[in-house]
Ligand binder design. Structure first.
Ligand SMILES: CSC[C@H]1O[C@H](OP(=O)(O)O)[C@H](O)[C@@H]1O
Length: 394
């Protein structure tokens, strides 16, 4: 498969942009009907955008958090620092706050930990500096460098992992298959990353190599990452696609000769168990039932080997109201609107008789996963094994 570089990228959506030093994100709550760029002027505004899912996607939220910190370190609102310790004491609570915005995706905490490590390392080396002003400038420059790296490194690794995943599907295709039918869930394209995507990057790489028949994608309620975002990205990429409701995955595999399922990840733990968008687990169960290869694709920064198994992963519960309403464009007026799809009272705190279960993620055990793909390579689950050696691709 041809090695694709940054120069031959297809036209694709963008989730974050930096214009003359100013950060802007596209408000993904309004897509696909409206492309509205929102300025992000502080780490607090970055927190709010991540928490409310104006921006989402494990790598993208890490990028925004890091970029907002980079911008803050150049802003006039920054207090004067007299020692490196002042810098660390001021920034550490901001890192904690950003990290608390969404708990399941490890990319965010991994990025914050990289910045903490710079603060600790530089502080210890310059604590007794005879020139504190220089030491302050040095620690701030190092932190800014790491912040930019978190954002900049994403695109190249997405190209690498996408090529790795596409090659695995092609090399392991069933005899006689000339083009592949691949299913994905949620949104893992350029709207969820700094570009090209992870699981959707694999689909894009197959298409660009002439090896894709059709990309099937699940609507992925209640946020509708599939209906609203993946549909927009596949249209932009001009990839032949077919949307299905989340309830149709079983029927699709039963009747439509699917060659593989490819999904992203929010956290992959030491044994290969993987947290990803709600609905991934049931897709994996159905894939095993129908002997369809099931691939998880994510950057190394999504792997958390500090956790041994998936039952240690904190699953974010989203507000009930997000499952009782749906966003869209009013067919008669053309206006954007949010409509309730349940009776009044469902999911409201003071009416516990009719609650809402709304976890944002679920955990797919490694025994249901055929392989984990990162920018470093492919870790296959060995026949009869219930775990995957994810360390081999970190
Ligand atoms: C490459 S994005 C990874 C991951 O993030 C998404 O979750 P959310 O839309 O809630 O941020 C989804 O689980 C993707 O697979």
């Amino acid at each position: 498969m041809a090695t694709m570089g940054k120069d031959d990228l297809p036209e694709m959506m963008t989730s974050i942009r930096v214009v003359e030093g100013k950060i802007e994100i596209v408000d993904q709550l309004l897509l696909p009907h409206q492309v509205q760029w929102l300025p992000i002027n502080s780490p607090d505004e970055a927190y709010d955008a991540i928490k409310s899912m104006k921006i989402r996607g494990a790598p993208a939220i890490a990028s925004l958090a890091a970029l907002s910190l980079h911008s803050y370190l150049s802003s006039p609102t920054l207090p004067p620092f007299t020692t490196p310790d002042n810098v660390a004491q001021h920034l550490l609570p901001i890192l904690d706050h950003l990290q608390s915005s969404r708990p399941t995706a490890v990319n965010l905490s991994e990025a914050m930990n990289r910045i903490r490590a710079v603060l600790r390392h530089t502080h210890s080396k310059s604590a007794e500096s005879s020139e504190p002003d220089k030491a302050v400038q040095k620690i701030m420059e190092k932190v800014k460098k790491v912040c930019m790296a978190v954002h900049d490194e994403d695109l190249v690794r997405n190209l690498d992992m996408s090529r790795n995943g596409a090659m695995w599907f092609w090399m392991n295709r069933r005899e006689g298959k000339k083009k592949l039918k691949i299913l994905t869930v949620c949104n893992t394209g350029s709207l969820a990353t700094s570009g090209y995507g992870t699981a959707l990057g694999v689909i894009t790489a197959l298409f660009q190599a002439g090896q894709l028949d059709t990309a099937y994608y699940a609507q992925t309620t209640p946020y509708h990452q599939g209906s609203r975002l993946t549909s927009l990205e596949l249209t932009t990429l001009k990839i032949p696609a077919c949307m299905i409701c989340d309830t149709m995955i079983g029927s699709l595999m039963q009747l439509h000769d699917i060659d593989g399922v490819v999904v992203g990840a929010d956290r992959i733990v030491a044994n290969g168990d993987t947290a990803n968008k709600i609905g991934t687990y049931q897709a994996a169960v159905l894939a095993q039932r129908h002997k369809v290869p099931f691939m998880v694709v994510a950057p190394v920064t999504t792997v958390d080997r500090s956790l041994k198994t998936g039952n240690e992963i904190h699953i974010e519960q989203r507000p009930p109201i997000e499952a009782t309403q749906v966003r869209g464009r009013d067919i008669s007026t053309g206006q954007l609107s949010v409509v309730r799809i349940t009776p009044e009272g469902v999911g409201e705190d003071d009416k516990p008789w009719n609650g809402v279960y709304n976890p944002s993620f679920d955990v797919t055990p490694a025994e249901l996963i055929s392989c984990v793909v990162t920018e470093k390579g492919v870790a296959e689950r060995q026949e009869g094994e219930n775990s995957i050696d994810v360390a081999s691709v970190c």
